[in-house]
Ligand binder design. Structure first.
Ligand code: SAH
Ligand code: SF4
Length: 351
């Protein structure tokens, strides 16, 4: 009988252990394999020097170590790198590596496409093709980590790539458990931020998890009328329902909910919007991330004038609201927020 070869990337330590015991090998071999794959980033059985050669061959016949296949890497003038992964059947997903002075940030995708249809987002115009598996999500981090080279800097993970993570709840949570597992990738949940368009039942479910990532909410409007138009999800769970769920979300000491607010010229960037935002979020521990729209010729919107961004941020600051303006990164390679659409036609390709 030919045994199927299982990909270790995506398997939990318990699953690897069960498979090892089934092969008649002792438990500690599973621990060696798990640490090799997830902590040491081994990708070839030759690297497992703590396992004798005959046993390595036995494992090779049974298990593979396959990262999502990188089909292209685009390198920005600012050092940002956009990775295009081949997700099979002609499907593409993306992850973005953003180097900063004190830390590196990895932005990962959770779905091929997105069903939410936000009007200002390039991913939202793609059809929703499928959910990524836990291995495909955590595998993006492994692949980018392996490519990152010197790993002296702190690493932040943002689940803000293609897709709505709370629409792929089980796989996203399994991937987060792999990322935070102390025996493997060991990324602190405090360094992981999950961004949602506002799936209220998903936020409630996340609130009941023993370990939660930081929560970011794509708010993007200060009235239901505007949000209904920009983000169809608002017609199902409006701003009041969304903020209620946020109020119930358990926040550890010194943790806050991030509200992302894409500023769109003439649509949601007025001083009145800023004032309404202050009132809406008043009794929530929060911070605001202002994101000037990354324009795309195919989108019916334009970026805000710089002075409108400034005035908006000043209104928030005058009301003692913590807000930062997100600098666009990797614009020249279509890697900035809302530009991920699995496209290949950009210059400065490395592969
Ligand atoms: N689907 C999730 C996570 C991915 S979107 C969510 O919506 O939260 C990541 C962020 O990019 C969101 O905050 C979204 O509002 C923002 N975004 C989408 N399109 C954008 C654009 N054209 N310019 C700037 N930011 C955009
Ligand atoms: Fe999907 Fe987020 Fe884009 Fe909305 S902003 S279409 S939820 S990826």
């Amino acid at each position: 009988m030919v045994m199927a070869v299982a990909n270790l990337v995506g398997m939990t330590s318990a699953e690897i252990e069960a498979a090892i015991l089934e092969l008649g090998e002792p438990r500690y071999r599973a621990r060696q394999i798990y640490a090799g794959v997830y902590r040491r980033l081994y990708r070839d059985w030759e690297q497992f020097t703590d396992i004798g050669k005959p046993l390595r061959e036995k494992f090779r016949a049974r298990f593979s170590i396959e990262y999502p296949e990188i089909s292209q890497v685009f390198v920005s003038r600012d050092g940002t790198r956009r990775y295009l992964f081949n997700a099979g059947a002609g499907q593409r997903v993306e992850a973005v590596f953003i180097p900063e002075e004190s830390r590196d940030t990895l932005c990962v995708s959770t779905q091929v496409g997105c069903a939410m249809g936000c009007l200002f987002c390039a991913t939202g115009r793609l059809p929703m093709l499928r959910n990524l598996s836990a291995g495909e999500i955590a595998g993006q981090v492994l692949a980018l980590e392996a490519d990152r080279g010197v790993q002296a800097k702190r690493l932040n993970i943002v689940v803000m790539g293609m897709g709505e993570p709370l629409n792929n709840y089980e796989n996203v949570m399994s991937a987060l458990r792999l990322m935070t597992c102390g025996k493997g990738m060991s990324i602190s949940p405090r360094r992981i931020t999950l961004s949602t368009s506002g799936i209220v039942p998903g936020i409630e479910r996340l609130a009941s998890e023993p370990v939660t990532p930081n929560l970011a909410i794509s708010l993007n409007a200060s009235t239901d009328a505007a949000r209904d138009r920009l983000m169809p999800v608002n017609r199902k769970w409006n701003i009041a329902a969304l903020l209620d769920a946020c109020r119930r979300f358990p926040l550890a000491e010194r943790r806050r909910i991030t509200f992302e607010y894409v500023l769109i010229g003439g649509v949601n960037d007025s001083i009145e919007d800023a004032r309404r935002l202050v009132r809406l979020l008043g009794n929530l521990r929060h911070k605001i991330n202002l994101i000037p729209l990354n324009a795309d010729p195919a989108l019916p919107f334009s970026p805000p004038a710089p002075e409108r961004v400034e005035a908006f941020a000043k209104t928030l600051a005058d009301n003692y609201v913590t807000a930062s303006v997100r600098r666009p990164r990797g614009e020249d390679i279509a890697a900035a927020c809302g530009m991920l659409a699995g496209v290949e036609s950009v210059a400065s390709c490395r592969k």
